[in-house]
Structure formats: structure tokens, C-alpha cells
Design a binder for this molecule. Structure first.
Ligand SMILES: [Mn+2]
Length: 356
């Protein structure tokens, strides 16, 4: 954790004096503190402070190693005292802090210049984008649970099963097999609802002839993974197979193409060229993928507008889809680890069309 604050200090302007961290994800990134949604982190060049209320003080004192843990009374008054003690005149805040909170900080710190530009958040996001070995290991463990869940669902899915029961089954499986949390709300949709890229599981029952799309992931030690598979139940028509094969071809081509040093949009284009070339222009509306880490959607993106360079050590999703409104859709998604010479698919779940 100390390395992370040191990297931040190196990334910030030379006249950096202090940073106030108030978002859950960055508090976790700098302290490893994952209990609750409270606490204020103050990073100074010489020292980091963690102001935390009585609900969490015991766990904070036991687990936070690289910051001085202080019992919260009035957090911003305590911040003001610390800034005065250290003669700080300029404070960076995250641009993802709420406007209300930023206003309270300004009011509480007269005489301190409060910078709410994107500078701090961008610097932290750039650090978070490149994963350490420990972070990658957590994502690998999350993915192993996610793969096991998919295998379990191949046995579970039958005509007559309700979507909401299947989604709950997936969440129970992942939590019961070591996921601290799930990475995001599980998507299990069937039949015509598979044309909704982020459809919500409902009362609908799986029918023979349906496609089923499952988009899900476990979260282990604070890190997410993200996977989507589409399977057929009972049978698949020639048109369903043609759409599936096109998405699979695009997904495999992107996995073969992706490597460090590319603009995000270059990898997106590989999928888009295949899908549009097969006649499905207008039916693949979302970007090809996104970085994954503490949050399920991080920067950079594989999308038509992303000119950011994807670097070695980043963890990205590759998830092309085709969605035919009112009829059916297909998405196939892997989480991959980007290396200099290619990308490694972290999961092991099969991708050829499975007819249950
Ligand atoms: Mn995704």
C-alpha cells in the first residue's frame, strides 16, 4: 500500500502538498481498507492519515498498516488541524467526490486552495489500471469461481426455470464458493430478452429454443472479474447459429489481436469490422470492452472513441455482441490480461455454442 502512495506522489505535480481521498474505491486502493463506506484519507508527502469513526476504528487499527489511524470526531475539522500542522495551502480532491462534499470541504478549510479538477482522479486511475501481481492473483481467483459457476449453470438450466431463480442460484454459488461479494448484479436473461444488453432477470421462465445470456462475475479480495456466455436451450435455429458464430469470430479475433501498446479503439475496430461486415451494422451498440479492477468498469476502454493506449499489466474485457431487437441477442465476454506480446484469457470457460 505504501508503494501506491509513493507512486501517486511521483505522478502528481512537483508542488503537491496534500490529497484528500473520500471515495470507497480509492480508500481501498491506498489503504486496503474494505470495511464499510466511511473514512477520510489524507495523503501528505511525508505521511498518510486515516480518519475513521468508532464503528470501524478497531478493524482499521488492526488492518491499516501504512497510515496513522485517527478516531473521527468532526472529520473536516480534524483535516483542517492536520493541514495547519503541516502548513498545507493547497489540497487536491477527487473529481468523483460529490459536489456537496466538495462544498463542505471548501467551507471547512478557509485559506486552503481546493483543487477539484480531474488531475488527482486521473492520476489514481492511471495507477490502478496497471495491476500488480497481487491484484492479478485476486482477479484470477475471482475468475476461477466465475468459471465454476458457469459449469454449474450448464447443469442447472432447464426449460421452466425462472430467470430470477437462476440469477439467485448464480449469486449463491459464487458466494458459497469463496467470493466475498459478486462483482455486479447478475444478468440472466432468456429468449427475446437476450436482445437487451443489460436486461434484468425477471419472472420469465426459460423455454426450449431460447438463447440464455449470463453476464456475471465474482469479487475476491476487492477485485472483480467479468464474463458473459450465451447458451442455447434445446435447439438453435440456423439464424441463431449464424449470429452466434459471428460474435464468436469477432471475440476470438480480438483476443488474438489485443496486446500492449494499442489504442483502445483499434481493438474495438477489429470486432466492429467483422460484425458490420457480416451485415449486423446497427446491432452492436456498446463498446467492445473496458478495464476491470476494484470497480467493474474502469478506464481505459476498448471503444470507438477511446484513443488511450492499453498498456502491459492492464486487465480488460473483450465482449462483442449482436442484439436483434424483440428477437434475440448474443454476447461472449472474457476478462483478459494484457501483455507485451498478446493477451491472456484469464478464464477457462468454453466459448463454442453449447446446446443444453
Ligand atoms: Mn463487461
Amino acid at each position: 500500500m505504501k508503494q501506491r502512495t509513493e507512486k501517486l506522489l511521483a505522478a502528481m505535480p512537483r508542488d503537491f502538498e496534500a490529497a484528500l481521498i473520500s471515495t470507497d474505491v480509492n480508500r481501498f486502493y491506498f489503504l486496503g481498507f474494505d470495511s464499510g463506506d466511511a473514512g477520510t484519507v489524507l495523503i501528505l508527502p511525508e505521511k498518510t492519515y486515516f480518519i475513521i469513526d468508532s464503528r470501524y476504528i478497531e478493524i482499521a487499527e488492526a488492518t491499516v498498516k501504512d497510515a496513522e489511524v485517527i478516531l473521527e470526531k468532526k472529520a473536516l475539522e480534524q483535516v483542517r488541524e492536520l493541514l495547519t500542522d503541516h502548513s498545507v495551502k493547497r489540497l487536491y480532491m477527487e473529481d468523483k467526490a460529490t459536489v456537496a462534499y466538495a462544498n463542505r470541504v471548501r467551507e471547512a478549510l478557509p485559506g486552503v486552495e481546493v483543487d477539484t479538477s480531474a488531475l488527482l482522479s486521473d492520476a489514481v486511475e492511471a495507477l490502478r489500471a496497471v495491476k500488480s501481481k497481487e491484484e492479478l492473483d485476486a482477479i484470477r481467483r475471482a475468475q476461477a469461481i466465475t468459471d465454476a459457476c458457469f459449469a454449474h449453470m450448464l447443469d442447472y438450466i432447464k426449460p421452466g426455470v425462472r430467470e430470477i431463480d437462476a440469477a439467485l442460484e448464480m449469486e449463491l454459488f459464487m458466494r458459497g464458493h469463496g467470493a466475498g461479494k459478486i462483482a455486479f448484479d447478475t444478468i440472466f436473461v432468456s429468449g427475446a430478452k437476450t436482445s437487451l444488453p443489460h436486461g434484468v432477470p425477471g419472472e420469465k421462465r426459460v423455454d426450449a429454443g431460447d438463447f440464455v445470456t449470463m453476464d456475471f462475475g465474482a469479487r475476491v479480495d476487492g477485485y472483480c472479474t467479468d464474463m458473459t456466455r450465451t447458451v442455447a436451450v434445446g435447439s438453435a435455429t440456423d439464424e441463431q447459429r449464424a449470429v452466434y458464430d459471428t460474435v464468436l469470430k469477432a471475440q476470438l479475433a480480438c483476443c488474438a489481436y489485443a496486446r500492449a501498446g494499442q489504442e483502445g479503439r483499434a481493438v474495438d475496430k477489429v470486432a466492429r469490422d467483422i460484425i458490420y461486415g457480416a451485415g449486423y451494422e446497427g446491432f452492436f451498440g456498446h463498446g467492445l470492452g473496458h478495464a476491470v479492477g476494484i470497480e467493474i468498469h474502469e478506464s481505459p476502454r476498448y471503444s470507438p472513441s477511446c484513443a488511450d493506449i492499453v498498456r502491459a499489466g492492464m486487465v480488460m474485457t473483450i465482449e462483442p455482441g449482436i442484439y436483434l431487437p424483440g428477437r434475440f441477442g448474443v454476447r461472449i465476454e472474457d476478462t483478459v490480461f494484457v501483455r507485451e506480446d498478446g493477451c491472456e484469457i484469464i478464464g477457462t470457460s468454453p466459448k463454442e455454442l453449447i446446446v443444453l
